[in-house]
Write a protein that binds this ligand. Structure first.
Ligand SMILES: [Fe+2]
Ligand SMILES: [Fe+2]
Length: 339
């Protein structure tokens, strides 16, 4: 075999077959993954041993069946399907959420990069958010690898989400507090969902070890991301003008609903791939009593933060005043949790 790895000049410029091209690109990917030059001293590098026999994806594995009290798994329709169909849909659903999550991370990285162009090199926010973007890049690689190994070829986020993504850069520059709220609108539902599953695993649910590993890696790093986005908003909320703050309060619940719909509700095409009847989809994704409660549960922490920021009920501890328009928006979006 020719050696293409170092000498670009040996590339004679003629078009090569798709297979050979993919193979060359894959070789560059492998090199990038294997040798890792970090600008800072590294304490620990953990990696996923994908070829661990425990992580193998094999046919007819019941561990892919969605749990009875989780997402689509809670619907009678799903529970009455033949076992093979439940496995097939479970695999698709897990891969599909991972794919949508990674598309969200792609938009987030774009927002971070575009905002960082406006910050001085000495900015701590620039340094930290660059690390966060780096971690998100690895999450994308991890989610993609898992989806590929599951092999379901799932559809990603709905088209409207992809069309909206370029706007994220604009928001990140013009209204960074709003940008970090959008970031959390995506991170908190994913985090909540993954923690719910990990917790079910702790209580005895048999989860596929590859899925469990990926979720644990993700949850561990997201804790820091959520911590930063939370602190950023608290730190900078006072820089908003009263009008901006009202707009923020009024639009936040809407953003949360959009994020939940983009990330956790499968797109029309994905629903069709899984063969989910419309009435079942409506029930699960927020219209039934359980669906509605599941949606509200995703944003319990977001709601508390909104109180602290003076975007909903206010908070006597921080002296944040309540926002009438925020309270109204939360009610209209039906996101107030009953707990
Ligand atoms: Fe992530
Ligand atoms: Fe994150």
């Amino acid at each position: 075999m020719e050696n293409h790895s170092n000498n670009h000049n040996s590339d004679n410029g003629t078009r090569i077959s798709k297979e050979e091209y993919d193979e060359r690109v894959h070789r560059w990917s492998k090199k990038s993954a294997e040798v890792y030059n970090n600008p800072f001293p590294v304490k620990t590098v953990n990696f996923i041993d994908w070829d661990n026999p425990e992580y193998a994806v094999t046919p007819d594995d019941e561990r892919w069946i969605l749990p009875k009290n989780f997402d689509l798994g809670a619907s009678e329709w799903y529970q009455e399907l033949p076992r093979e169909k439940q496995i097939e849909i479970g695999m698709y659903r897990y891969a599909q959420v991972a794919k949508v999550g990674s598309e969200f991370e792609e938009a987030l990285i774009a927002g971070i990069a575009l905002r960082n162009q406006t910050l001085p090199s000495s900015s701590e926010e620039k340094r930290y958010s660059t690390h966060e973007a780096e971690e998100e890049q690895r999450h994308i690689l991890m989610f993609n690898e898992m989806a590929n190994r599951i092999g379901s070829k799932p559809k990603g986020a709905p088209n409207w989400f992809r069309n909206f993504s370029p706007l994220v850069g604009y928001i990140a520059r013009k209204m960074p507090v709003g940008f970090w709220a959008v970031v959390l609108a995506g991170e908190e539902p994913i985090d909540h969902t993954q923690r719910t599953l990990i917790d079910m695993g702790r209580k005895g649910l048999d989860i596929h070890p590859m899925l469990e590993k990926v979720m644990k890696v993700h949850v561990a790093e997201e804790a820091r991301h959520i911590g930063f986005a939370d602190r950023f908003q608290k730190q900078h909320i006072d820089k908003l003008t009263p009008i901006q703050k009202k707009l923020f309060a009024a639009s936040l619940p809407l953003v949360l609903r959009f994020a939940a719909n983009a990330i956790l509700k499968p797109s029309k095409q994905a629903q069709a791939d899984m063969g989910i009847p419309k009435s079942v989809a409506n029930d699960v994704w927020w219209k039934s009593e359980t669906g509605r409660k599941n949606l509200q549960d995703l944003f319990v922490n977001t709601g508390k933060r909104a109180d602290t920021l003076g975007l909903r009920n206010g908070d006597p501890k921080t002296g944040a005043a309540r926002s009438r328009i925020g309270q109204l928006a939360w009610r209209l979006a039906d996101l107030n949790s009953k707990e």
